[in-house]
Design a protein around this ligand. Structure first.
Ligand SMILES: *Cc1c(COP(=O)(O)O)cnc(C)c1O
Length: 353
């Protein structure tokens, strides 16, 4: 059975968090002599002399409306990457506890585990990139605190079915983290709606992909309020800067434009997949519910180098388990995709031995 109390690190449990000036006084009006800010103003723009809201209340209210969830269920990170780091630091004792990941998958989970000196257990996906629930549960031991599942998965593009998440979460006494960075491009509904049934579920989404805000660094975590409280306790006090908060509020008034982009990318994705399948240097285009395609080629390194020489940058994923000779290609604009196909045809006709 899941018990949050049992998986929080002792030092985190006993930690008295830093109380910022803006934690003590929450009003917006007044003479602010509490935070040693510049009283005249800012060289960077109106209001930029003031520290931002440490708990991002306005942004969370707007996200809460949009996702039909309460603000206490929301944690915001400086990118989802910060949330990954904080989860590991909150729940994993260095050199003692472990996390489980399912390669080929997003590299950041193991990087942050390694930075925090936390053991990474790997349960490989099968040849069609699906995961086996029993294998994941068999890898769990007393020291396992987090299982990271990525859906749709980067770099493979396929989803983790809802039943798989439920079956793992029900049998695991730690946290199941479902990374939904690419959920906007998928037909499968978000797992956020399972939070009431699964107390140990943590869902991550981001403004970096469909919303076109990678530069601003804003990731969302959705979980039960007690889990959110643990992360609030250990996060850097002002982890989301004022510009990011301001621009996120504005962006959320333009949801239909993001939805239009997503529709265009989904259409382009299927066009691009079809064109790639027609090339003799492409042996397989894996089905994708994300904004990229994983393709198995005759020679990933040569094609990668050729494309780079033509100014087209893709990602070589060949060194990932199960991804020999695979490239990951982000779906671009129609023109960008046409250029990609033209260059790959050229490679195929002139240089493919
Ligand atoms: C891109 C990506 C993210 C997003 O990270 P941010 O830090 O929010 O930009 C998270 N998870 C996966 C699997 C990704 O591919």
């Amino acid at each position: 059975m899941f018990s949050l109390d049992k998986i929080i690190r002792n030092n985190v449990k006993s930690l008295k968090p830093y109380a910022s000036a803006r934690d003590e006084f929450k009003g917006r009006e007044g003479i602010f002599l509490d935070a040693n800010e510049n009283p005249f103003g800012s060289l960077a723009g109106d209001g930029m002399n003031r520290y931002p809201d440490p708990l991002q209340r306005s942004v969370k209210e707007k996200i809460a409306d949009w996702k039909a969830i309460s603000t206490e269920h929301i944690f915001l990170g400086n990118g989802s990457d910060e949330i990954i780091d904080l989860l590991i630091r909150a729940f994993c004792e260095p050199r003692e506890h472990n996390i489980i990941i399912t390669p080929p998958t997003y590299g950041v989970y193991s990087v942050y585990a390694e930075i925090n000196d936390v053991v990474v257990k790997k349960v490989l996906l099968d040849e069609t990139f699906n995961l086996n629930v029993d294998q994941v549960l068999d890898a769990v031991n007393e020291q396992t605190r987090l299982i990271f599942l990525c859906s749709p998965n980067n770099p493979t593009g396929n989803i983790v079915p809802r039943e798989t998440v439920i079956n793992i979460a029900k049998d695991f006494p730690g946290l199941v983290v479902v990374d939904e960075a690419y959920a906007d491009f998928s037909e499968q509904p978000s797992m956020v709606h399972l939070l009431n049934d699964l107390p140990n579920l943590f869902v991550m989404q981001t403004f970096s992909k469909a919303w076109g805000m990678a530069a601003l660094r804003l990731g969302m975590g959705f979980a039960n309020p007690d889990i959110v409280k643990v992360l609030n306790k250990i996060k850097p006090p002002y982890n989301i800067n004022a510009i990011t908060q301001e621009l996120a509020l504005k962006a959320m008034d333009r949801k239909s434009e993001a939805a239009d982009w997503v529709q265009q990318i989904i259409l382009e994705r299927s066009d691009l997949a079809q064109q790639l399948r027609g090339l003799d240097v492409v042996k397989n285009v894996y089905p994708s519910e994300a904004n990229f395609l994983l393709i198995k080629t005759t020679n990933a390194k040569k094609i990668y180098d050729y494309l780079t020489g033509r100014g087209i940058i893709v990602r070589n994923r060949s060194s990932e388990p199960g991804c020999a000779e695979c490239l990951r290609v982000t779906v671009g604009t129609k023109d960008e995709n046409i250029e990609l196909i033209a260059s790959m045809k050229e490679y195929s006709e002139n240089l493919n031995p």
